[in-house]
Design a binder for this molecule. Structure first.
Ligand SMILES: Nc1ncnc2c1ncn2[C@@H]1O[C@H](COP(=O)(O)OP(=O)(O)O)[C@@H](O)[C@H]1O
Ligand SMILES: [Mg+2]
Length: 138
């Protein structure tokens, strides 16, 4: 229980420090109850969106990939490994802008990169991690 509370606090603390167009914005949490204040993503998650209608055009495919690449690049520039990146953890706003969310497994890496067991979803893991060519953040 204590561990879960610590993880939750760490996730909120991390999210509150992030500000990027393609990362879900968290403004804070109410101390008295579990209410979180964040940007509302009304378009559901990317997985449901693709399952329901597919990606409509090459232009849309490139826009989605570009937004996610910029979002991940921002996180990596801040030494944050998301570690659970997948379409379920990408929310969409009303105008279908991608927002990377769910930092429950994320880690601020700094110089602390130790080899470890695999996390997240294999289909969404980087090829070099699956090939065992680089060290994964534990
Ligand atoms: N800011 C938000 N706006 C709209 N829906 C949200 C928002 N944050 C979370 N959700 C909904 O809650 C689900 C779970 O959130 P997530 O942060 O991925 O937690 P977890 O997967 O650990 O339960 C999302 O898939 C989404 O449907
Ligand atoms: Mg999730």
């Amino acid at each position: 229980m204590r561990q879960a509370q610590d993880n939750f606090s760490r996730e909120i603390d991390l999210l509150c420090r992030l500000s990027h167009p393609y990362v879900l914005r968290m403004f804070g949490i109410c101390a008295d109850n579990p209410t979180r204040f964040m940007t509302r993503a009304q378009g559901g998650d990317l997985r449901d969106y693709i399952d329901a209608r597919g990606v409509q055009s090459e232009e849309e495919r490139i826009r989605i990939i570009t937004e996610l690449a910029f979002g991940l690049d921002y996180l990596h520039a801040k030494d944050i490994a998301h570690r659970d990146f997948k379409s379920r953890n990408v929310l969409l706003t009303m105008d279908k802008t991608c927002k990377i969310c769910d930092f429950g497994l994320s880690k601020e890496t700094g110089n602390d990169t130790t080899a470890g067991s695999s996390l997240g979803t294999p289909a969404w893991s980087a090829p070099e991690i699956l090939r065992g060519e680089c060290r994964e953040v534990r």
